[in-house]
Design a protein around this ligand. Structure first.
Ligand code: UD1
Length: 375
């Protein structure tokens, strides 16, 4: 009987939850792994957190650090301190931790990574090596620091491997395994089709019509796009222009909602809705004519679904979604965005679907096989 290995899996914010779902499920299959699930509480609203646990059947976290919101330093420091206390308690009870698995690029990822590093605990980083090369982006800081603290680095695309090697990370630490977010998407696509009623809720039952009406989805939450009045105003005006061509459904992130209300920005013409759960959003995306977004994960999900995506940023850390997928970087300039929308609507330049290598639903299996060999 192999010796028990204690593994902590960490999640904190919405884009983490769909990544840990397949990982936790695969890790659980190994009898000698003793798992602890820690939720940092970075995201705490039911619509940003609980609904994902319920829909994706992620077990209730063993520990919730309940850190909540704050500026970057406050939030990172609170997670660091509280997660360190968890690690200390494990040590004191002679149940030292063999590996901590962190995912993505949020403040919870880097803060828990740092707590482990200071205690000499091994870290595995899932979604390693992605780089926007934009150091003003909090996520870029989180990505680079977490990668350099990790001993097992799991990459979703070739560019990740290349970036890590360029930064001097030894090849033996780097593993190209595919994309756990796409594991979740593939596992849930049919379930969403059956269970989600979002299309009916949004468009009603259309008499005599069997096809879904055409629509676009927009999502915006990145600080650089929503925190300043001028930029947010310009983007909302652009979405209003887009909505003259095609209905725009805009599920509002709380950060963006707060700003729109504080700055009293007019959103007439855009169909604003609450943040959606995983299954509703997947169903909506699968049926959309196009998606306009500043999210990282949505660039990948639209590529896997073959739905055209316009990314409202000047860079992406996920270049494979452009070279192999359906993504186009259009920046934040109104003219460029409208041109991108027109291209999609006229079908003149729509790209063929092509799913990147290892985005096949088996990334979590590959990761667990590698973890088994390395701890
Ligand atoms: C965080 C991640 C970002 C990720 C995004 C997905 C970092 C640096 N950023 O950004 O990479 O793409 O999550 O959503 O980690 N709020 C609520 N309810 C919540 C959580 C937040 O209302 O449950 C509001 C609060 O006003 C808070 C603001 O949203 O101050 C921002 O939350 P925060 O966790 O700091 O960052 P996100 O913008 O969500």
């Amino acid at each position: 009987m192999p010796v028990k290995k204690r593994i902590i899996v960490v999640a904190g914010a919405r884009p983490n939850f769909m990544k840990i779902a397949p990982l936790f499920k695969e890790l659980k299959k190994v009898p000698h792994f003793e798992l602890t699930l820690v939720h940092t509480g970075q995201h705490y609203d039911e619509k940003l957190s609980k609904v994902f646990f319920d829909e994706l059947k992620i077990p209730k976290p063993d520990i919730n650090l309940e850190v909540g919101s704050g500026n970057h330093a406050q939030q990172t420091a609170a997670i660091l301190e509280k997660f360190d206390a968890v690690l200390e308690k494990c040590e004191q009870s002679k149940k030292s931790t063999d590996l901590v698995v962190v995912v993505g690029d949020v403040n919870s990822t880097v803060a828990c990574g740092l707590a482990c590093t200071k205690r000499g605990i091994k870290i595995a980083h899932v979604e390693a090596g992605l780089r926007s090369f934009d150091w003003s982006m909090p996520e870029e800081v989180n990505r680079v620091l977490t990668d350099h603290m990790s001993v097992l680095l799991f990459c979703t695309e070739d560019s990740g491997v290349e970036n890590l090697l360029n930064e001097g990370i030894p090849l033996k630490r780097i593993h190209f395994v595919g994309n756990v977010m796409i594991d979740t998407l593939l596992a849930n696509k049919k379930i969403a089709q059956t269970k989600s009623t979002i299309i009916k809720e949004l468009f009603g039952i259309q008499k005599g019509k069997t096809t879904t009406p055409k629509f676009a989805i927009a999502t915006l939450h990145r600080a650089s796009n929503v925190d300043e009045r001028e930029q947010l105003n310009e983007l909302i005006k652009t979405l209003q222009k887009v909505s003259e061509k095609i209905p725009v459904i805009f599920p509002l992130h709380p950060r963006t909602a707060k700003k729109i209300s504080e700055l009293k920005i007019d959103t007439d013409g855009i169909k604003i809705i609450e943040p959606l759960g995983y299954l509703d959003f997947l169903q909506l995306m699968s049926n959309a004519t196009l998606v306009l977004t500043d999210s990282g994960g949505i660039q990948e999900e639209t590529t896997a679904l073959g739905i055209p995506c316009l990314t409202l940023r000047n860079n992406t850390e996920r270049p494979i979604t452009i070279t192999n997928g359906t993504n186009k970087l259009v920046g934040t300039d109104q003219k460029a965005i409208i041109k991108g929308v027109d291209e999609v609507l006229n079908h003149s330049k729509n790209k063929q679907k092509s799913r990147p290598k290892f985005w096949d639903g088996k990334a979590a299996e590959r990761i667990v096989r590698i973890i088994l060999k390395n701890i």
